[in-house]
Design a protein around this ligand. Structure first.
Ligand code: PEP
Length: 250
């Protein structure tokens, strides 16, 4: 039985006062069920705040991206070691907004994944197709290419502590959720492809669903055989919604 994980992606939202309230609400309520893991991925400037408020609690925290380089003249970039300095356990890698807005391609994403693993972080690797790609019936090819680039760079051993998030681009921040069956199909495809390299690892691998998860649809999605929790954008900014989604994970 795989343990479920619900990870919030705050994106570029928040502020000191608002975060304080949100984190306080999460700390008071989260972890009471104990049946799933919970994490928040916050903007870089608030990592110290997350560390301060979440240390010694059941909630982990992480970054939303990282540099593929370990250190050097890379103005504006943040390395894996810097995230580890602030107690991060997770880092999101290859979010579709990074791919579409910041030019990250499969190779860049793979290099970032390797940097995360080498730095001791658990990458949450995002994979997903656009609406055009789904309508052209190339979803599996797109996912396979995204996944294979990382497998090639990191080897299957690089996935020992990694998490995958299937995030159909057309469902992110749109209010349009993949049906549980649509999501399950792609999750099963990802697990099967991973099993081609290591069947035992594929069975252990947490594969999250992301894309307009809400308290109203979380339980049904998380009830599917290969869906092991969620990566949550908008709803992670509202304490009661995020907590309800965490409870839906068990
Ligand atoms: C995300 O940002 O990864 C995401 C899934 O966003 P939302 O839940 O708002 O669709």
């Amino acid at each position: 039985m795989r343990r479920k994980l619900v990870a919030g992606n705050w994106k570029m939202h928040g502020g000191l006062a608002r975060n304080r309230d949100l984190l306080q609400s999460l700390v008071q309520e989260a972890g009471k069920g104990g049946g799933s893991d919970c994490a928040v991925c916050v903007p870089f400037p608030y990592l110290a705040q997350a560390q301060e408020q979440l240390k010694d609690t059941a909630i982990a925290w992480g970054g939303q991206t990282l540099s593929e380089h370990a250190q050097g003249a890379y103005t504006g970039e943040v390395s894996a070691a810097m995230l580890v300095d602030f107690g991060c356990r997770y880092v999101i890698v290859g979010h579709s907004e990074r791919r579409s807005l910041y030019g990250e391609n499969n190779e860049t994403v793979a290099a970032k994944f390797v940097a995360a693993v080498q730095g001791g972080l658990q990458p949450i690797l995002c994979l997903g197709e656009t609406l055009d790609q789904r309508e052209d019936n190339v979803t599996e090819q797109v996912i396979a290419a995204q996944l294979d680039a990382v497998l090639q760079a990191a080897d299957i051993s690089g996935f020992a502590n990694a998490v995958i998030a299937y995030e159909p681009v057309w469902a992110i921040g749109t209010g349009r959720t993949a049906t549980p069956q649509q999501a399950q199909e792609v999750h099963a495809f990802i697990r099967q492809r991973m099993a081609g390299s290591d069947a035992a690892l594929a069975q252990r691998l947490q594969i999250l669903y992301g894309g307009s998860v809400k308290p109203q649809n979380a339980a049904e999605l998380f009830g599917m055989a290969d869906i092991d929790g969620g990566l949550i954008g908008g709803a992670s900014l509202v304490a009661q919604d995020f907590l309800a989604i965490c409870r839906a994970a068990g």
